[in-house]
Design a protein around this ligand. Structure first.
Ligand SMILES: C[S@@+](CC[C@H](N)C(=O)[O-])C[C@H]1O[C@@H](n2cnc3c(N)ncnc32)[C@H](O)[C@@H]1O
Length: 283
């Protein structure tokens, strides 16, 4: 069984390859699981978590109390310019956050701006549209998974359940140089650990969607599905898997951003206004 929620955070930290002198930013850091994995790889690196949830930032700081290097928790909306200086980061990571942004290309312009030449971005996302659950009958399993993938939950501005499969393309079309795309499959034959947490999250999200009139699956159907999942687990017929994609890109070491006749500061044609408003802020 491959059911470790930690595996993906460890892989992201490994791909970011921080050293003691690195400055690493986690976009949409939540309660800090990726920052914690980074801390294990480079206990003296400077770690910067950005999120708009003050509560998550507090939890992330708590999580990192043993980190030897500097830790910064910055409250910011990722739809606006990042609160970080030009070429100020060695690596930028983000996990399960990009789907919430209506304009992910804007974030990539910002990532290119804050990365130093030769710096690396590691973006990862579960492709929620390809969740696999064997619990209820095929039709109900399918409808539940797709309703969850499409649901714009209360804390989100946007949802794109297919963002995982698009990450490589997003980076390839950006000013950065795409290095690799890899899949990471998490699966379980038992309703426990990560599978149990994700199924609980799906149930909660879809009950809330129905309550707020945006659901395509009724509350009664959600509960019927949940009961069937539990029964399948009891009878040994349960299966869960989720596929995440991890895409890595680099800012070319000559400082020139690919795919554009960009000046050294990294402004892309058509994005001058965005860059201008972001350049004054410094982490
Ligand atoms: C699914 S959580 C992932 C958190 C974390 N990366 C993890 O692996 O646990 C998405 C995170 O993105 C943050 N987020 C969503 N939209 C945001 C925005 N526009 N600006 C800043 N943070 C945002 C949420 O507050 C949340 O912490």
């Amino acid at each position: 069984m491959s059911d470790s929620a930690e595996a993906i955070h460890n892989r992201l930290a490994e791909l970011a390859a921080p050293t003691a002198s690195s400055r690493v930013i986690d976009l949409g850091c939540g309660a800090g699981p990726t920052l914690l994995a980074l801390s294990r790889v480079a206990p003296e690196a400077t770690l910067i978590g950005i999120d708009r949830s003050a509560e998550f930032l507090r939890q992330a700081q708590q999580e990192l109390h043993g980190h030897l290097g500097s830790v910064m928790a910055l409250a910011a909306d990722l739809r606006t310019p990042l609160p970080c200086g030009d070429e100020s980061a060695d690596a930028v990571l983000s996990y399960n956050t990009v789907e919430c942004l209506p304009d992910p290309e804007h974030l990539l312009v910002e990532i290119a701006r804050v990365l130093r030449p030769g710096g690396r971005v590691v973006l990862a996302h579960v492709d929620f549209d390809s969740l696999v659950i064997a619990g209820a009958d095929a039709d109900l399993d399918r409808r539940v998974c797709h309703a969850f993938a499409d649901d714009v939950q209360g804390w989100m501005d946007h949802a794109d359940g297919r963002i995982g499969r698009k990450l490589g393309l997003l980076l390839a079309r950006s000013a950065l140089r795409l290095v690799s795309v890899e899949p990471l499959l998490t699966w379980s034959t038992e309703l426990s650990g990560h599978a149990e947490a994700r199924i609980g999250e799906i149930r909660k999200a879809l009950l809330s969607a129905d309550k707020h009139g945006r659901g395509t699956v009724t509350a009664a159907e959600v509960e019927k599905w949940y009961a069937a999942v539990q029964e399948a687990d009891r009878l040994g017929g349960f299966f869960f898997s989720e596929l995440a994609f991890i895409a890595v890109a680099e800012r070319p070491s000559d400082g020139c951003l690919a795919g554009a006749t960009a000046p050294p500061n990294g402004v892309l044609p058509g994005h001058e206004d965005r860059w201008a408003s972001g350049r004054s802020a410094a982490a």
